[in-house]
Design a binder for this molecule. Structure first.
Ligand SMILES: [Zn+2]
Length: 401
């Protein structure tokens, strides 16, 4: 695999073992830890990162690969559609309602397939291509499958996507349009994950599943580089993130620590996980003072994108929340859908139904007095509102509108 100068390989977040990331070498690793099965994370020699804030300011704001010195692969090896560099939109009316100085929405709906999953897909599919894979595969709630199918198509790879029947029409349709092989599994995300695991046993597929490949969360970290740069190299006081598997939260917190280490930003943001009350294993773990979650027994939320009852990376999520002095909050579906409509009507921004957990979560946190009047708060809108327009519209009609 062609790598960047500072990329030092992969380390296990469980046992700490280090591995070469070049698949051609004998001690190489490409996915989970060969020793213990733990999650692998890309490591860098930060002293070898040849990058200053001025370098970035001189570059066009033309996609996440502009941060290539802090990524494992160089831009020239990337399977890319210039994803990333999404707007950070000031929402003064919402800031007033929340009682904070600034409220901004990082609008990931602007990505090529309409969600932040493109950030993970560009890294993971690029790594797959570099590793000589012919087929990529994953279980997904929907958006990640659409992204994987698109990037696989661009790379000339076959994609095998397992989605639950409840996944949105848009994601299922577009997986087909991109030429992906789609298996629709009756039930919820866990059912799709089980069906994928069965099928993967007898197929030579390269997994691009979250926290199975080390590269998806690595791609997501770029959201934070952009947020910090868009705030003139300042950390927001709080980032509220709609949390299912937590890939983006873990990635962004890594990026925050990297920028502090590089001397680009002095502070760390408080990281907040926002979940639906119908599936809130992270909130339960944080409130119970535990370092990892217990699987949620009966997940039941309209927000399919964050209905992840057994998030394997929960220790990393809980750590990020604790270290950053953040928090976790769950709100009911009714409040989440109301918040999506409030944001659409007061700020114009189209939040996905799932993503609006960040907005309703922020309102709840504000009511609890978690925010200060001088705070800058960032909500992450992980996907475009039109991915789940049917859910939003039927909620609106349910209110008699
Ligand atoms: Zn390990």
């Amino acid at each position: 695999m062609e790598t960047t100068a500072a990329f030092a390989g992969l380390s296990c977040t469980d046992c700490g073992a280090a591995f070469d990331a070049r698949a051609s070498t004998a001690d190489a690793a490409t996915h989970r830890c060969p020793d213990c099965g733990g999650i692998l994370d890309p490591e860098y020699d930060y002293d070898a990162v040849d990058l200053a804030r001025e370098d970035l300011q001189a570059r066009p704001f033309d996609g996440l690969w502009r941060y290539e010195e802090l990524l494992p692969l160089p831009r020239e090896a990337a399977v890319t559609m210039n994803e990333g560099t999404t707007p950070l939109v000031e929402c003064p009316a919402l800031a007033d309602e929340l009682g904070v100085a600034r409220l901004l929405i990082k609008d990931e709906g602007h990505n090529p397939t309409g969600s932040f999953k493109d950030r993970g897909a560009t890294l993971a599919v690029s790594a797959a291509a570099e590793h000589g894979a012919s087929d990529v595969a994953l279980p997904t709630a929907g958006n990640a499958g659409q992204a994987a199918a698109a990037y696989a198509a661009r790379a000339g790879l076959d994609a095998h996507v397992f989605v639950p029947s409840r996944a949105s029409f848009v994601t299922k349709a577009m997986i087909n349009v991109h030429g992906g092989e789609m298996t629709v599994v009756e039930g919820r995300f866990a059912d799709a994950a089980d069906a994928y695991a069965d099928a993967a046993e007898s197929n030579d597929w390269y997994s691009v599943g979250s926290f199975v490949t080390p590269y998806r969360h690595e791609g997501k970290k770029t959201m934070y580089y952009e947020i910090a740069e868009q705030l003139d190299w300042a950390a927001p006081d709080r980032i509220v993130y709609p949390t299912g598997g937590g890939v983006g939260l873990v990635g962004m917190y890594k990026a925050a620590r990297e920028l502090r280490r590089l001397g680009f930003v002095d502070e760390l943001p408080g990281m907040y996980a926002a979940q639906s009350a119908g599936c809130a294993p992270i909130v339960e773990a944080v409130e119970g003072g535990r370092s990892r979650h217990d699987p949620w027994e009966t997940p039941d939320t309209i927000c399919g994108g964050i209905e992840i009852p057994d998030p394997g990376a929960s220790p990393l999520i809980v750590d990020a929340i604790a270290e950053s002095d953040g928090g976790a909050v769950a709100t009911p579906d009714e409040a989440i859908l109301d918040a999506a409509i409030t944001v659409a009507q007061h700020a114009g921004i189209e939040m996905g139904a799932t993503c609006a957990a960040a907005a309703s979560g922020a309102w709840e946190l504000a009511e609890r007095g978690e925010f200060d009047a001088g705070d800058t708060v960032v909500l992450v809108n992980t996907a475009a509102g039109n991915k789940e327009d049917d859910v939003l519209r039927s909620h609106l009609m349910g209110r008699g509108v």
